[in-house]
Ligand binder design. Structure first.
Ligand SMILES: [Zn+2]
Length: 181
């Protein structure tokens, strides 16, 4: 006889499930779970895209200066603030969410940023002390990145991302400056 003890260390899931386990929506302009409210996003090639991740590079990284290699802009912004699990719990506790499972389709107030609910994992006494709460499953991520890369490099019809529409969007982005905040 012995007492078995168990602890949840973190979750491993694909991106759609990330919304369920983290309490933050993975749709819309604020859906980057790392940049959160400080995200740079825009409409590109028929999808919401998340740009500006050169901000996370070291301050003197050469890619920050490479305007033509990217979207025509150099990147001079500092990296977004990183929130600790404790700070996220504090944010969630201040918000008022509709009861779970209720299909009240009300628009999220802007104070809620991209939060949809407080995940039950926060009931665990140690959850807000974790550095890493959620992982993305490489099986899903790698397949999508691989399909996109190979589809584009081999110029496979219907699979390539290098379409006339994408190029026109890039051109529009340049003139409108979608990197501006
Ligand atoms: Zn981001």
């Amino acid at each position: 006889m012995f007492t078995l003890r168990a602890a949840i260390m973190w979750t491993v899931n694909d991106f759609p499930a990330y919304a369920m386990v983290s309490g933050g929506s993975t749709k819309g302009y604020m859906a980057c779970p790392i940049c959160t409210e400080d995200v740079t996003s825009g409409w590109h090639a028929g999808k919401v895209c998340y740009f500006g991740h050169r901000r996370w590079l070291p301050w003197d990284h050469e890619w920050r200066e490479k305007d033509k290699g990217f979207d025509g802009n150099t990147e001079r912004r500092l990296r977004p603030r990183e929130w600790s699990s404790d700070e996220i719990l504090e944010q969630l506790n201040r918000l008022d969410f509709a009861p779970f499972g209720k299909t009240v389709s009300r628009t999220r107030p802007s104070t809620h940023l991209n939060w949809t609910h407080k995940p039950m994992f926060f009931e665990l006494p140690y959850w807000s002390k974790l550095k890493l709460r959620h992982n993305l499953d490489v099986m899903h991520v790698e397949k999508n990145v691989f399909d996109t890369l190979v589809g584009t490099i081999l110029d496979i019809k219907g699979k390539t991302k290098d379409t006339i529409k994408a190029r026109l969007d890039l051109e529009n982005g340049h003139t409108k400056g979608f990197m501006d905040e």
